[in-house]
Each structure stands twice: as structure tokens, then as C-alpha cells.
Design a protein around this ligand. Structure first.
Ligand code: SF4
Ligand code: SF4
Length: 357
């Protein structure tokens, strides 16, 4: 695969990177197999994070001994300096590397977080010390807020920036990407498939590849996903692809869940992303795929007591306190239409939830 310069970091990375969040959902053997498959087909850039549970350890095993042939980026959402130090050395150990190639401040979504990073003797100085010790090469930043990243890049201290960027979330094209280019800062596209909402993933990736200096990092944990993403390298998006992407954009609007699961855990064990995505998924794969396990999840959604914990953690500021209940009700109504639930059963569920909350 073509190798691309990642801005002034001067790292050479594969045209498409490997987003390593999803490998935490499969067992170690499968994860290692998938990562090796990707490497054998030209992927040399792997992006993980301390919070992706087993992901770093799996990458460490799969990429052991490859040294400079691969570039591995990781990140931390530390709460204090002690945790940053722990995270840094845990990542180094998990990834089995003599140094980390790129360490990113993870999910910096508020001005005060950015200020804390830059404070004298703070996290940025800590990472600079690791650079002096030869344990780290480059420092980057990730965020869901392109506007805040304008301020971050203007400080001149970050070598890469990672934000959501895809056909629907293309706001960075206005200011952030031009600024990053003018400062020679590497641009990494988080959520290139907007959390899996596109009906044609290959088209979504090939749209990003039209921007020659932007590196998409689609999340993968299956061999087929790697093969699909490689297809994106073969041709630019066709007119049909663009029309399909536009249809997806019109269908979704701007308020939709990206399935990052940062909103978890819920004290009532409700999985917001599962509920919010179900409608779209059934629309694509057929409503007859709705099973008892889905009905159970929607029923659980009715018991949301609107505590707001999930909404406060959602980086996209989705109005989850309303969305979870509304979508659960809508899906259960759909289940009645499909004959998977009777109207009486639905009314019983609604009454039970009312009593509980
Ligand atoms: S608002 Fe509802 S779904 Fe969100 S954390 Fe609270 S109980 Fe769970
Ligand atoms: S509701 Fe928000 S935090 Fe939760 S998965 Fe969706 S986008 Fe992520």
C-alpha cells in the first residue's frame, strides 16, 4: 500500500490506517490473526488507545519484532499525572516497543482540558520528558470538537490531530484541515464511517482518500472488513457512490449515534448505542431480523430514569435522556406492527416502566 508522510512528524504511514478499537471485541487469537492479515496486505499504521482494553496487548503480540516497519499510535484519557505516567508505561509494555511512535492526548473536548495539558510542568512537559529519554517520538491530540482543535493547533506543540471526519461530518474541511496543512500537522480521520452508518463503507473511505494527506483509520476486527477497505484504494468514488453517501447523509441528519460507547456505563445497564442504531440496521438488513434479545434491550430502554449520566459523557452532545426512551418506544411499536409483540404486551411494558421510574 502507498506510504504517506504524516505531516511534520515525518512518520511514513500506510494510506489507510488500522483503527484497533474493535479488536477488543474478539478473542486474542482472532485479533492477532486479523492484525497480521492487515500487515501482510500493506497496513503499517495502527491506532489504539489505553482505554481500548485488550487492543494494545493484542497489537503488541501481532506486531512483535516488526520494529520500524510499523507505526503504532496510542493515547490516554488520564485523570491526573500519576495516571498519565502509569498509562504511558502500560502502553509501552503492552505494545512491546522500545519507544512509542505517537502518543495522543485522547478526547480533548473542553478548553480547560487543553489548558491543563499545556500547563507548565503538566502533561505536555511530561511527554516531552519521555521524548528526551528516547521513549517517545511524537505528540498528537484527538478531539470531537474541530473548533477547539483550531486553538490546540495554534499552540504549535502538536504534530498530529485526530478528529471525526467523513462525508457527513465534514466540518473540518472549512478551517481545521486548512490550518493543519498550513502548519504541516498530520491529519488522522477518526470515525471515517461515522460509526458504521454508511450503506457503502468502501465509498465512505474512498471519499476520504480524495484528500491525499488525510489518513482514515477505519475500525476493523474481521478479515472481510480489511478486504472491503482495501477496495477503497482501487478507484475514487463514482457518481453512484456519491449519490449513495448523500442519501445516507440526508437520512441521518446531524443528530445520530456514532457507536463509540463513551456514554457507558449506565446504572440501569441500558446500551444506548444498541438501541439508537437498531432502527437503521433493521431498515438495511430487514425487520424480520428483530429478535427477542432486541425486544429485551428496547424494554430495558424504557426503564431509563433520565439520570443524564450517559448524556454528560456523549462527545456529540446527543440528547440521550430523551432519545433512549423515544427510540425504545418507537422500536417496540414497530415490533407490534411486525407482529412480534401484541398491543397488550406493549402497554404492559409501558406501564411497568412508568411504575419503575
Ligand atoms: S439517562 Fe437513562 S440511559 Fe442514560 S445513563 Fe441514565 S438511566 Fe442510563
Ligand atoms: S450515544 Fe454518544 S457516546 Fe453513546 S455511543 Fe452514541 S455517540 Fe457514542
Amino acid at each position: 500500500m502507498e506510504q504517506v508522510r504524516l505531516g511534520k512528524a515525518e512518520l511514513l504511514v500506510s494510506r489507510i490506517g488500522f483503527g484497533a478499537l474493535p479488536i477488543q471485541s474478539v478473542d486474542r487469537n482472532s485479533a492477532v490473526k486479523v492484525v497480521r492479515y492487515a500487515y501482510d496486505r500493506g497496513f503499517t499504521f495502527f491506532d489504539t488507545a489505553r482505554v481500548y482494553t485488550t487492543s494494545e496487548g493484542d497489537l503488541g503480540i501481532a506486531l512483535a519484532g516488526l520494529g520500524e516497519k510499523v507505526v503504532v499510535a496510542t493515547k490516554s484519557v488520564y485523570k491526573n499525572m500519576k495516571q498519565l505516567d502509569q498509562d504511558f508505561y502500560t502502553s509501552l509494555n503492552n505494545l512491546k516497543r522500545s519507544h512509542l511512535d505517537l502518543y495522543q492526548f485522547h478526547i480533548v473536548n473542553h478548553q480547560k482540558e487543553l489548558e491543563a495539558i499545556l500547563k507548565k510542568g503538566g502533561p505536555l512537559d511530561y511527554l516531552r520528558e519521555q521524548q528526551r529519554k528516547g521513549k517517545l517520538r511524537h505528540i498528537g491530540i484527538t478531539s470531537h470538537r474541530p473548533t477547539l482543535m483550531l486553538k490546540a493547533l495554534e499552540t504549535g506543540v502538536f504534530e498530529t490531530v485526530q478528529v471525526p471526519f467523513n462525508y457527513i461530518e465534514n466540518e473540518p474541511l472549512e478551517k481545521l484541515i486548512p490550518l493543519a496543512r498550513s502548519l504541516d500537522i498530520g491529519i488522522i480521520a477518526m470515525k471515517p464511517m461515522a460509526g458504521g452508518v454508511f450503506s457503502n463503507n468502501r465509498a465512505a473511505i474512498s471519499w476520504i482518500l480524495q484528500h491525499p494527506d488525510i489518513i482514515p483509520i477505519p475500525g476493523m476486527c474481521k478479515i472481510e472488513e480489511i478486504d472491503d477497505n482495501l477496495q477503497a484504494l482501487t478507484a475514487p468514488p463514482s457518481l453512484t457512490d456519491l449519490a449513495q453517501l448523500e442519501d445516507d447523509k440526508q437520512e441521518l441528519g446531524t443528530i445520530f449515534c456514532r457507536r463509540c460507547d463513551y456514554c457507558l456505563p449506565c446504572p440501569n445497564d441500558i446500551e444506548a448505542s444498541y438501541i439508537l442504531h437498531s432502527g437503521m440496521i433493521f431498515k438495511r438488513v430487514g425487520w424480520d431480523k428483530m429478535e427477542q434479545s432486541h425486544l429485551d434491550a428496547f424494554t430495558k430502554g424504557l426503564s431509563c430514569d433520565q439520570c443524564g449520566a450517559c448524556a454528560s459523557r456523549c462527545p456529540y452532545n446527543l440528547p440521550l435522556t430523551e432519545m433512549v426512551i423515544d427510540e425504545s418506544k418507537a422500536m417496540l411499536r414497530k415490533a407490534v406492527e411486525l407482529g412480534k409483540l401484541t398491543e397488550d404486551q406493549l402497554q404492559d411494558k409501558l406501564k411497568a416502566a412508568e411504575k419503575k421510574t
